[in-house]
Design a protein around this ligand. Structure first.
Ligand code: 4AD
Ligand code: MG
Length: 461
């Protein structure tokens, strides 16, 4: 079959030619002697219009097709210069591949995203989700392209780990269900996964610690995979399973880290806009009217830079009535982040040098002994999309920090050895993939940018 995408991109090659298209009926209307089908074949955001007439021997059957039936159409592509679509296909033959029950829930009327979440197995057949998930795929490719063009090595860091990278205790613990292993006198307290691995394990919250080990061998690496957090916060920006892109750079400080982060974000935006213009136009028109302008502004401006301490001053001096009181030492809340990026900078902004007490153990301690070389990238509309830092390469300082935070050195022996055998300055960050898709599309709920969302109270499909 010919793909609808080719028909649109290389129309000249197909004019007045016979083509065969296979796809799903998006809409159908008919009169006594002819009818129209809007067909989508999954290859492209746009549909193709099929015109069929009673010359077809199965005209009656075709007229009765319900939405989402799958068919194979053979016909001639004709230009339609005065119509909304540049061409249509005059069907000579239509074969039915699979009928659809008339109860198919995605009829022409507009459905709420909440409703569509309850049919996550069917929602990719709607315009919005067709656009979102194609953009998601293209953005993933853009990320691999960005790093590969710059010589980064892609490392697959483990999903099952024994360490808690962020030290926040938001981990899902691994257990087994192999009842054959249960000893007769089992008291219900044995953890079989613990027996299996010889230690307690959990789903990874971040691939960073493993990525660091490879950075100290390959210099520049990245990992891009699923991560898991038992986030109880029921927000539109948190999921229990999300994908993270984590580059790690040897011989790089916080400044280098921010530079690559900024280049990467701009690269993703440019690449997606170039390669999914129809989808991006759809988002701008139907999801978020300010999107195009905002993205133009992002790729054409230098990201803002502000230290945490300066940000606190800005927030304190603002006349805003924040729900959560502002004081040096607090973790910035969404309302604060949004104020900084939306009201003050009106563009993406890096906030750097956070108090050590609100950040992870591995971040490099600054000379003031109370802040660390951390950076978060905040963007209008979404808030934090990146969290990163320069890593503590000084063994003594690192073990000192771990002791302060009650972390057990033995659990991190291999991580500490990196500081023993030719440790270097190094930095990295994590980009939340769903957050960047929200940013790119204007979609406002994380549940609508990941195919099968796992959030508090929800793991259907
Ligand atoms: O700021 P975070 O916790 O940083 C880390 O995990 C570091 N180890 C990364 C690194 O330096 N290699 O998370 C990084 C990003 C956040 O900025 C956010 O975009 C995303 O991951 N994120 C989430 N996205 C969706 N749902 C959640 N529950 C998320 N938690 C973090
Ligand atoms: Mg963070």
């Amino acid at each position: 079959a010919t793909l609808i995408k080719s028909l649109y991109r290389e129309t000249q090659n197909y004019i007045n030619q016979t083509v065969t298209i296979s796809g799903w009926v998006r809409t159908i209307r008919d009169s006594k002697t002819f009818g129209f089908i809007e067909l989508n074949d999954g290859s492209f955001f746009k549909n193709v219009q099929i015109v069929f007439g009673d010359a077809l021997d199965n005209f009656k059957e075709i007229s009765k097709l319900s939405v989402s039936s799958s068919i194979i159409v053979e016909g001639i592509l004709e230009e339609t210069p005065n119509a909304k679509q540049p061409f249509e296909i005059k069907a000579a033959k239509i074969a039915i591949e699979g009928l659809s029950d008339p109860a198919f829930p995605l009829q022409k009327k507009k459905h709420s995203f909440e409703f569509l979440r309850t049919i996550a197995h069917l929602r990719p057949r709607s315009n919005t989700f067709s656009a979102v998930f194609r953009v998601r795929s293209i953005a993933a490719y853009a990320i691999h392209k960005f790093f590969n063009e710059r010589g980064f090595v892609y490392v697959h860091t483990p999903i099952i780990t024994g360490s808690d990278c962020e030290g926040a205790g938001q981990m899902f613990k691994i257990t087994t269900l192999d009842l054959n292993d249960v000893p007769k006198d089992h008291d219900g307290k044995i953890d079989y996964a613990e027996d299996f691995f010889g230690k307690e394990t959990n789903l990874t919250v971040s691939g960073q610690l493993s990525a660091e080990t490879y950075a100290l061998a390959f210099r520049n690496v990245y990992t891009f995979g699923p991560t898991f957090r038992a986030e109880k916060s029921y927000t539109a920006r948190h999921a229990a399973e999300f994908w993270m892109i984590e580059p790690e750079l040897a011989f790089a400080d916080l400044e280098d880290n921010m530079e690559i982060a900024e280049d990467m974000v701009k690269f993703i935006i440019n690449y997606v806009r170039e390669n999914a213009p129809e989808e991006m136009e759809f988002f701008n028109k139907f999801i978020d009217n300010g999107l195009s302008e905002r993205l133009d502004n992002v790729v054409n401006s230098d990201f803002g830079r502000v230290t945490y301490t300066e940000a606190i001053d800005i927030l304190k001096k603002s006349k805003e009535n924040f729900e959560y009181p502002v004081e040096w030492g607090i973790d910035l809340q969404t309302e604060h982040e949004r104020y900084i990026t939306e009201k003050v900078f009106k563009k993406p902004v890096f906030v750097t040098d956070y108090p050590k007490d609100i950040k992870a153990f591995y971040m490099r301690l600054n000379d003031d002994n109370r802040t660390v070389a951390a950076m978060d990238l905040l963007v209008p509309g979404v808030g934090e999309i990146i969290g990163g830092s320069q890593r503590e390469e000084r063994l003594q300082v690192l073990t000192g920090r771990m002791a302060e935070m009650g972390l057990n050195e033995e659990d991190y022996w291999w991580y500490l050895e990196l500081r023993k055998y030719g440790g270097t300055r190094h930095s990295g960050f994590g980009l939340g993939f769903e957050r960047v898709i929200m940013y790119l599309t204007g979609m406002s709920n994380i549940r609508d940018v990941i195919p099968f969302p796992r959030t508090t109270g929800s793991a259907e499909f």
